[in-house]
Design a protein around this ligand. Structure first.
Ligand code: AMP
Ligand code: ZN
Length: 654
């Protein structure tokens, strides 16, 4: 080998280690700058010498656009997975296996929702990659798959091996891509399929895909005993696998995991749509064999989908308490994550234009557990689709509409929808918590009794309530009782209840912690408001304007005349952690995990167990593992024990 050849080889080896550290282990050991320098040197040498090894990372940029896809014939046919929809089916499947082999165990894994890919290696080098197609013939996507950084171009295992995995895009990468893309992608699965089945591999490279490997479909010179061994083999050979693989010995254990994952899956950074259960003992699998379509030794439990496509029938504009007009998509009803959804938000006009959504078209709708359903984007533009028209009058009062930023606002303070919505907001759980005064009841009271000001609620009489549709003695009395009880309220709930523009529950808590009394808050000037944590110009100004408006001031004193009393609340500490989503990881020497959680909660934090996009802070101790790595990757604020103690101390002294 020539000197140049040797240098090229050693550069490739080193670069491949760094790619693996970064994209598979999430643990980079050199800076981007150092990496780039090495990479540039390799490009230069390859160009000079014309030597490009098939496992060179320079091949990952994509290369030439293909004319068409070549066929990819599967040496080992690919099967689909049998599905079960309920736990009874799962139990009888487990029983069937146990009948043959009572001591069987099961591997329990995520069912990734991406694009299935098969990759062949010979002599330790990636030879070709294909999509599943019909299971016998797919499409050759070798050039595309080579751009996926978590796919090793060379592996230590030197004999022939065929692995299978799922091409994926993380939701955070999709979000990043969409921020700069001219055409945003609506759904992670389609983003992956579109990227891999793209004739221009340079486009594939741009999407920053991942591949999670989960099976070895063929191997020469080696036999596996268990799925765990397969998983270890994949890891040793540099593949990214899901860190989630559990071994269970009975149906109860499997079901427990299915339920757990079901609750947490909306926090994951990837799309998954179920759990795959495989007989762990590989040698026994052949005993069970295959149907025409499925292996009998594996089964998938599918969760109800969180994302589907459906027809957008209409867009209506809803007026909120601040006058903001929100477009709501009326859709053909679909079942998503346990609920029937027939309305989904489109955020604002800018959002509609960006997503290219049209009435009469097929759109993607997403609903995960706690979030309101949202229209993600257009799936298919059908004939006769129509543009959504920007309203120039308020749909509730026909009043003037103004465009402020990306949003439209009704400027009429007496607008019925605005008034009703601010009353509803005032009564809501996190505000004055008046059970029974729902949106519907409020609307009736507005129409029939003339309920209008917040303080009018405290004038409501038994007779007035009885007049309403479907109201009996008991219901009326319950509401009167709830109204009475609401008078004892915490400062933060009261501030929130007022419905000040841009003041949500968290800001209300911050304001309460800083000012301690409503009078202090009402007298606060702009400078002082700006000192409140997380409050910027816009919020400070709307708080200031609200309390310097005579009508609002009168209304607040009327509320107090009706007997509202602010509760003393000692546990409110003005804290760095107030309202933040915090995850603890590793061992702290000063507290147990439970103690630390309690303290954080007292400081107003929401403590959760897994790191996701909504995490604000990760507090880490000794031996922190994957959560810390993930937080680093997502760019989440990291706090060590020393800093943690300092912040707690500073907060408590305030
Ligand atoms: P289906 O296409 O719904 O019949 O499901 C079978 C597909 O699930 C396979 O072809 C794989 O693409 C995919 N899959 C996702 N995760 C896994 C996993 N952990 N093990 C096996 N297959 C999986
Ligand atoms: Zn209006």
């Amino acid at each position: 080998m020539s000197n140049v050849e040797e240098e090229i080889k050693s550069l490739i080896e080193e670069l491949n280690v760094h790619i693996h550290n970064y994209y598979v282990l999430d643990k980079p050991t050199i800076s981007d700058y150092e990496y780039d320098k090495m990479y540039d040197r390799l490009v230069e040498l390859e160009k000079q010498s014309g030597i490009v090894f098939p496992f060179s990372p320079t091949l990952r940029v994509g290369g030439e656009t293909l004319k068409n896809f070549k066929q990819f014939e599967h040496e080992v046919p690919l099967y689909s997975l049998d599905k079960c929809q309920n736990f009874d089916d799962l139990r009888s499947w487990v029983e069937g296996i146990k009948k043959e082999f009572p001591d069987s165990t099961f591997s329990v894994e995520y069912k990734f929702d991406g694009l299935s890919i098969v990759i062949e290696y010979e002599n330790g080098v990636l030879i070709k990659a294909g999509t599943r197609g019909n299971g016998r013939v797919g499409e050759d996507v070798t050039a595309q798959v080579k751009t996926i950084k978590s796919v090793p171009l060379s592996i230590p295992y030197l004999q022939k091996v065929i692995i299978q995995g799922e091409g994926m895009i993380t939701l955070s990468n999709l979000e990043k891509y969409n921020k700069i893309a001219t055409e945003p992608l609506k759904n992670a699965r389609n983003a992956v399929a579109g990227a891999i089945r793209n004739l221009n591999p340079k486009e594939t490279a741009k999407r920053n895909l991942d591949l999670f490997a989960y099976s070895v479909n063929y191997i020469e010179g080696k036999k596996f005993n268990t799925q765990e061994e397969i998983n270890s083999f994949l890891i040793e050979n540099g593949f990214k696998t899901s860190n989630f693989i559990k071994i269970c010995s009975n149906a109860d254990e499997i079901i427990k995991i299915i339920k757990q994952v079901g609750e947490e899956k909306s926090k994951l950074d990837i799309l998954m749509d179920g759990i795959v259960i495989k007989l762990n003992e590989v040698q026994r699998r052949e005993e069970f064999g295959y149907t025409a379509k499925f292996p009998k030794w594996a089964i998938a439990y599918k969760y109800e989908p969180e994302e589907l496509s459906t027809i957008l029938k209409d867009v209506v504009w809803q007026v909120g308490r601040t006058g903001k007009l929100t477009p709501i998509g009326i859709i053909s009803p679909v079942k998503l994550a346990g609920a029937t959804v027939s309305r989904a938000t489109l955020n604002n006009m800018g959002d509609i234009e960006r997503k290219g959504v049209k009435i009469g078209s097929r759109v993607f709708v997403r609903r995960s557990n706690e979030v309101i359903p949202e229209i993600l984007g257009i799936a298919e533009e059908l004939p006769n689709s129509q543009d959504v028209i920007k309203p120039n009058k308020c749909p509730s009062c026909n009043g003037e509409v103004s465009e402020i930023g990306a949003n439209l606002f009704c400027m009429n303070v007496d607008c019925p929808e605005q008034v009703k919505d601010s009353l509803t907001h005032f009564c809501s759980k996190e505000a004055m918590d008046i059970e029974g005064l729902s949106e519907k009841t409020i609307s009736q009271l507005y129409d029939e009794v003339g309920l209008k000001n917040l303080s009018d609620i405290y004038n409501l009489s038994y007779e007035q309530l009885l007049k309403l549709d479907k109201f009996k003695e008991k219901k009326a009395n319950n509401i009167l009782k709830a109204i009475e009880e609401s008078k004892d309220v915490s400062l933060s709930s009261f501030i929130y209840a007022l419905g000040i523009k841009n003041v949500g529950a968290k800001t209300a808590k911050d304001l309460a912690a800083k000012y301690k009394s409503i009078n202090n808050l009402m007298n606060a000037n702009l400078e002082s408001l700006l000192e409140v944590r997380d409050i910027g110009d816009i919020v400070a100004e709307s708080v200031y304007n609200y309390f310097n408006n005579d009508k609002n001031k009168e209304e607040i004193s009327r509320l107090f005349e009706k007997g509202i009393k602010i509760k003393e609340n000692e546990s409110l500490i003005e804290s760095y952690f107030n309202g933040k989503n915090v995850v603890l990881t590793g061992t702290l020497s000063s507290f147990s995990r439970i103690e630390a959680t309690k303290i954080l909660e007292k400081h107003g934090a929401i403590v959760s167990s897994s790191v996701g996009k909504s995490t604000n802070i990760v507090v880490y101790g000794e031996n922190a593992g994957s959560k810390l790595d993930k937080a680093k990757k997502l760019g989440i604020e990291l706090i060590n024990e020393e800093e943690f103690l300092k912040l707690l101390k500073n907060s408590s002294q305030n």
